[in-house]
Design a binder for this molecule. Structure first.
Ligand code: SF4
Ligand code: SF4
Length: 395
């Protein structure tokens, strides 16, 4: 093996694992299956053996790798600091996830047109209210777009519309724009920004992911913006990685500009005040917020500013099962993991579930409908916008 080969990079990262097993109880797939091959330690050993040529990539072994949700819970507790997310991305580049060709549609322009048409059709026909493996995922309504920039002198904030949010979560984009404007920002919708690249990268399609990164770097004139804000924690995590993925001149432009909407609003929280709401909300922290952005405090602090709102953080500290398109790839695992949250919402008598990642929201909406649970799912900015004092100044 060449010293500089991708395999040697994989081996070097895998060799950092001391096999202590501390990560196992934190791994959602190990929790569901209790098999070494479905644990971080088992997967690292498998990746090392495949890279070293001691094993052949049989369908059974590939299934163990494909089963990883890339939630990176293992990475956040590992004493040896194994960069598991990077290691798995490298492995998947070599052995891409199988059997999900259609997921490319999500990331393409044609896919977004088809998706928009599909959502429109299911919404006007009423099918969106039917529960089922796919239809249960759909939101009740698709929204109207609000495009407006206030004539103000505040910082210019680009609003990254992404791929899935752009089609199914215009409500949250509108609400985010209102809150940002309320904090004194001038908001420019970065239309047609497309996929951030995370979906392709985590399935091993690195070339496609890099093409999205380059495309966004070319389309978005970041020099014009003070910040680039995203409403999905998964996209925010990928956008913040752009400085490591671009050439040095462009990388410098991206350094420090992308920002998660909750973090941005939390930094401006003294400008926000809210009307009381007598409800109990269960706050679900997406893996990307917990294990990659490492920021769960911003959402807590902002929601706690709503008077009388009872904010309880989910005790379910594992992936909800959505994990990009893993909810379709390993539906049984995804259902089992979402089931824990359904149970927690019922047991703790939450009236609203709040999550800041569109993938989690869609997956959990499907699980709630399938369980007959009538609990609203919102992005935190939906709730903040609804309760915002002095809303008239931005409407
Ligand atoms: S915690 Fe880290 S070192 Fe220990 S088994 Fe898991 S990956 Fe390996
Ligand atoms: S990334 Fe998540 S699912 Fe994959 S091995 Fe680590 S803890 Fe388990």
């Amino acid at each position: 093996m060449n010293a500089a080969s991708p395999e040697s990079g994989i081996q070097a990262e895998a060799d950092r694992c001391v096999k202590c097993g501390l990560c196992l109880p934190h791994c959602p797939t190990w929790q569901v299956h209790h098999r070494e091959g479905d644990s971080p330690r088992g997967r690292i050993e498998l990746i090392a053996a495949l890279a070293g040529g001691q094993m052949e990539p049989s369908p059974g072994l590939r299934a163990r790798l494909d089963g990883c949700l890339l939630c990176r819970a293992c990475e956040s507790v590992c004493p040896a600091r194994v960069p598991f997310g990077h290691l798995m991305d490298q492995a998947r580049e070599r052995w891409p996830v199988q059997g999900i060709w259609w997921s490319r549609l999500f990331c393409s322009g044609i896919g977004r047109i088809l998706l928009r048409f599909g959502f429109w059709l299911t919404t006007v026909s009423g099918l969106a209210r039917v529960s089922g493996p796919l239809l249960g995922l759909l939101p009740d309504s698709i929204m109207l777009q609000r495009k407006r920039m206030l004539d103000a002198k505040g910082p210019l904030v680009g609003l990254f519309t992404g791929c899935v949010s752009d089609v199914v979560d215009r409500v949250t984009l509108n609400d985010a724009a209102s809150l940002l404007e309320h904090c004194g920002a001038r908001v420019a919708w970065v239309e047609g920004s497309g996929c951030c690249g995370a979906l392709d990268r985590h399935q091993g399609r690195a070339a496609n992911a890099d093409a999205h990164v380059r495309g966004n770097a070319e389309r978005i004139n970041l020099r014009a913006f003070d910040r680039l804000v995203s409403i999905a924690t998964g996209c925010s995590a990928e956008l913040m990685d752009y400085p490591h993925l671009l050439d040095s001149a462009e990388a410098m432009e991206w350094e420090g500009k992308p920002c998660e909407v909750m973090a941005y609003l939390a930094s401006q929280q003294e400008k926000l005040s809210f009307r009381p709401l007598q409800k109990t909300v269960l706050l679900h922290h997406p893996c990307s917020a917990r294990n990659v952005l490492r920021d769960t405090g911003s959402a807590v602090r902002l929601l706690q500013k709503i008077p009388q709102l009872n904010v309880i953080e989910s005790r379910h500290s594992q992936c909800c099962g959505a994990a990009g398109v893993a909810m379709f790839r390993t539906p049984q695992t995804a259902r089992a993991l979402a089931g824990d949250i359904v149970e927690e919402v019922s047991r703790r008598e939450a009236e609203i579930l709040v999550t800041a990642n569109i993938g989690c929201a869609l997956h959990l909406r499907g699980a709630f409908r399938a369980a007959g649970l009538d609990v609203a799912i919102k992005h935190p900015v939906n709730l903040l916008r609804e309760q915002l004092q002095d809303r008239t100044c931005v409407e």
